[in-house]
Design a protein around this ligand. Structure first.
Ligand code: NDP
Length: 403
């Protein structure tokens, strides 16, 4: 039925491509295009020797997604209906520009960031609202797990269980073990920029800033067990604070083991997590990019990672004048993901919703011109698709709260 262009060929792209092949009724044909074409070819080969072989027609290409002209030429040549951007956040705006120029819908999983500041805000992409509206195109922002499913969960809670949601706590637990002393589960540069930034949460209309990892809590996660978790800023807080009316507080917590934190602290103390370029033997290098080159490639963690993730939202609020609470979450098993698509659960939980978001637009279930965050659409068809495509969710109407 449709043709998609998938940009990027890392861990998340591998899952998106497998899932598009699984959903070949919608994604009859797709192209994988990235900076390094051999990685696109490798994904195509993995699909063609796996359980989703022979479904979609897959082609590959080389593209520099920082270059709008190159992107426009590729899109004009391949003629997709949608671009799924799973390269890096630095490429969001150039890909959005190319989509506007060629009349193609856009989906991503992470908000735009300039390379020189780790700011995590939607302002740059929200500035494209009018342009997409006028062009009659949809840009769906943040269609991964968090952001992504956490926004769909919020829209679903709002639609079915609450008159007013007062608090949301998003809990992101990775109980997986890859056996390395230190590695990150997705792009190390993006991951480390996120966890070394100050924490921030939203309460009574204001942002409250914390030091990195200043607020620690323990929680018992279904399917995983007891874990330490830390308050972080995460980009969906910005859009949910605006889009969930009546909200009084929203926070985000992520679990980290002690070994990860100790390594990170040492790397930070010696300056290896910095994003300011330094001179080394006559050449400018960015310490964090150098560190990325030393660390295991997240795509290589799949075969070694065991354990489960549990990511979800706890809501408190009012329904028919009574106080109610609701916890909705997904448990995902690293090894089961690997068996199915040759990726660990972090890439899996991001890639499945990216495919679903694109399918929502292509099938007309989500049909609004403009730039939107995911919670601005009807959550029901997306929630059904999560069950169908490997991320089933569970509900608890009497959850333990985070203090
Ligand atoms: P990887 O680093 O594994 O992959 C990124 C890919 O993008 C690589 O193939 C890379 O090419 C390619 N790329 C980078 N720059 C360019 C460019 N200028 N032109 C073309 N291709 C380029 O990252 P992940 O797969 O782990 O993550 C992908 C995205 O998903 C990131 O934006 C990340 O922030 C997001 N994410 C979102 C989550 C969510 O829940 N919402 C969770 C996890 C990740 P090369 O191979 O040559 O390096």
């Amino acid at each position: 039925m449709a043709r998609a262009l998938i940009i990027g060929a890392g861990g998340v792209s591998n899952v998106v491509c497998h899932k598009c092949a699984q959903n070949s009724e919608v994604f009859e044909e797709f192209m994988i295009a990235s900076r390094t074409k051999s990685k696109c070819d490798a994904i195509k080969e993995t699909i063609e020797s796996g359980i989703y072989a022979g479904r979609s027609k897959i082609t590959t290409a080389q593209v520099d997604a920082d270059n709008v002209e190159e992107l426009v030429a590729l899109i004009r040549d391949y003629k997709p209906e949608i671009v799924i951007n799973v390269a890096l956040p630095y490429q969001d705006l150039s890909i959005m520009d190319a989509c506007l120029e060629t009349g193609v819908h856009y989906v991503d999983t992470a908000n735009y960031e300039p390379e020189d500041t780790a700011k995590f805000e939607y302002s740059w992409q929200w500035a494209y609202r009018e342009k997409f509206e006028k062009a009659g195109l949809t840009a769906l922002l943040g269609s991964g797990f968090d952001p992504g499913v956490t926004g769909v969960f919020s829209a679903y809670a709002q639609k079915h269980y609450f008159d007013e949601i007062h608090t949301i706590d998003i809990l992101d637990c990775n109980g997986g073990d890859h056996g390395y002393p230190f590695a990150t589960n997705f792009n190390p540069e993006i991951n480390i920029r996120e966890v070394t930034a100050n924490g921030r949460y939203w309460e009574n209309g204001q942002w409250i800033e914390t030091k990195p990892m200043e607020i620690k809590r323990e929680y018992h996660f279904d399917g995983v067990g007891q874990k330490d978790m830390y308050l972080l800023y995460h980009e969906e807080l910005e859009s949910l604070a605006l889009n969930i009316k009546g909200l009084k507080r929203i926070r985000f917590f992520m679990t980290f083991g002690q070994s990860y934190l100790t390594h990170l602290q040492v790397l930070e103390n010696v300056g290896l997590t910095g994003i300011e370029p330094i001179m080394y033997e006559g050449k400018e290098i960015v310490p964090l990019q150098f560190l990325k080159a030393l660390l295991p490639d997240p795509a290589s963690l799949g075969p070694r990672t065991v354990g489960k993730t549990n990511i979800g939202n706890i809501f408190r609020g009012i329904k028919d004048g009574k106080e109610v609470s609701y916890y909705v979450y997904n448990i995902c098993d690293h090894q089961e993901c690997y068996q199915e698509v040759k990726s660990q659960a972090i890439s899996y939980t991001t890639g499945v919703p990216a495919m679903i978001g694109a399918a929502m637009i292509l099938t007309g279930k989500w049909n609004k011109a403009g730039v939107y965050n995911i919670e601005e659409f009807d959550p029901d068809p997306f929630m059904d698709a999560l069950n169908e495509f490997g991320l089933p969710w569970k509900e608890n109407f009497n959850p333990i709260f985070v203090d």
